[in-house]
Write a protein that binds this ligand. Structure first.
Ligand SMILES: Nc1ncnc2c1ncn2[C@@H]1O[C@H](COP(=O)(O)OP(=O)(O)O)[C@@H](O)[C@H]1O
Ligand SMILES: [Mg+2]
Length: 321
């Protein structure tokens, strides 16, 4: 299966691009998004990397945490997730549904009793967006430009982490609830006040289960690993692939980016070329079961639709380099 089979396949709903910082994740996400939109898919490209570069890639401001239409297209949208805006929205939601006394008690007790910290706000926000757009039917395809290895891994671990975390909360809620009921009976207090925060937590758990199922379905999801042919990147890629495997996220394609051309008259260039070709050979042997896509180093930065299209066509094999 080549990347063309992924990008042009209408059953594929989610494409994730990931790897070390600076290797070309955002460029590849943008490139696949442009091809996808050109093929007629309503496409959203979403950056969950706190070090955003989607705006730079598209030469258009996509910051601010709102979905923005990308110029020159009728069916392409972009968005850089803003942790700040996400927190504001979240607080607003909380303001509308105040926590009942039991919920408040439970959350303050939870830290002591479970010793578990809630996930970091960046990852929680990014994952929240994934949940949101997994349910959203306004797009045929969502392309995620993910955070570098460490961050992404944490994000992928969220479903199980939250599951345990919410599971403990819910058990505790049941205990507290009967305890409060007993107390109320003894003191002759009022009927318990309506509290739907627990229901919300249950719904979140269900959403996470759905998301996990969709993200592990190879007909719906592909994670494209981006790397450069350097030893350090090989180690990182290995770690990333191990974790993707653990979370059952389908990953069959590796982009080996920024390959320098041979240049015998330049000593420095020849050295770099040699180093890269040696690593490329190792990468080929290490990942013989995966589809390797070689991408040359362009003579300039990859910015704007034209350059992204060129990169995209190299990724799909439509353009030979
Ligand atoms: N094949 C390439 N040739 C030339 N420049 C590239 C190539 N791939 C990426 N770049 C440039 O390298 C920088 C980092 O790429 P980017 O896609 O933002 O990486 P990441 O998202 O992994 O941090 C950008 O300035 C981009 O234009
Ligand atoms: Mg980036």
């Amino acid at each position: 299966m080549t990347l063309a089979d992924v990008v042009y396949n209408d059953s594929v709903k989610f494409i994730l691009s990931g790897g070390k910082g600076g290797v070309g994740k955002t460029s590849c996400a943008g490139a696949m998004a442009v091809l996808s939109a050109n093929r007629g898919f309503r496409t959203l490209v979403l950056s969950t990397d706190p070090a955003h570069s989607l705006s730079d890639s598209f030469n258009q401001d996509l910051s601010g945490g709102e979905v923005i239409a990308i110029e020159g297209f009728k069916n392409l949208w972009g968005m850089e997730i803003s942790t700040e805006k996400g927190m504001q929205d979240f607080q607003q939601t909380l303001g509308e549904t105040p926590m009942g006394p039991e919920a408040e008690m439970a959350s303050s007790l939870m830290g002591d009793m479970t010793g578990m910290a809630p996930p970091g706000s960046d990852e929680a926000m990014a994952f929240g967006k994934i949940l949101e757009f997994i349910e959203d039917t306004s797009y045929d395809r969502v392309i995620f430009d993910t955070a570098p290895t460490g961050h992404t891994l944490k994000l992928l671990e969220l479903p199980d982490m939250l599951d345990t975390w919410l599971g403990k909360l819910l058990t505790m809620r049941q205990r507290l609830s009967s305890m409060m009921g007993g107390l109320r009976g003894m003191l002759g207090g009022d009927a318990p006040q309506e509290d739907n925060s627990w229901e919300m937590l249950q719904q979140t758990k269900d959403k996470i289960r759905t998301a996990s199922a969709q993200l592990s379905d190879p007909d719906m999801t592909q994670f494209v690993v981006v790397m450069i042919p350097e030893a350090m990147a090989v180690f990182e890629t290995q770690r990333l692939l191990t974790s993707l495997d653990k979370w059952k996220i389908p990953a069959n394609h590796i982009v080996v980016n920024q390959l320098v051309p041979p240049n015998p008259t330049c000593h420095f260039c020849s050295k770099r070329y040699e180093m890269q070709q040696n690593n490329l050979k190792d990468i080929g042997e290490l990942y013989s079961d995966m589809d390797l896509i070689e991408v040359p180093l362009f003579d300039g930065e990859i910015r704007g639709i034209e350059e992204l299209t060129r990169l995209g066509k190299i990724l799909t094999g439509e353009l030979e380099e």
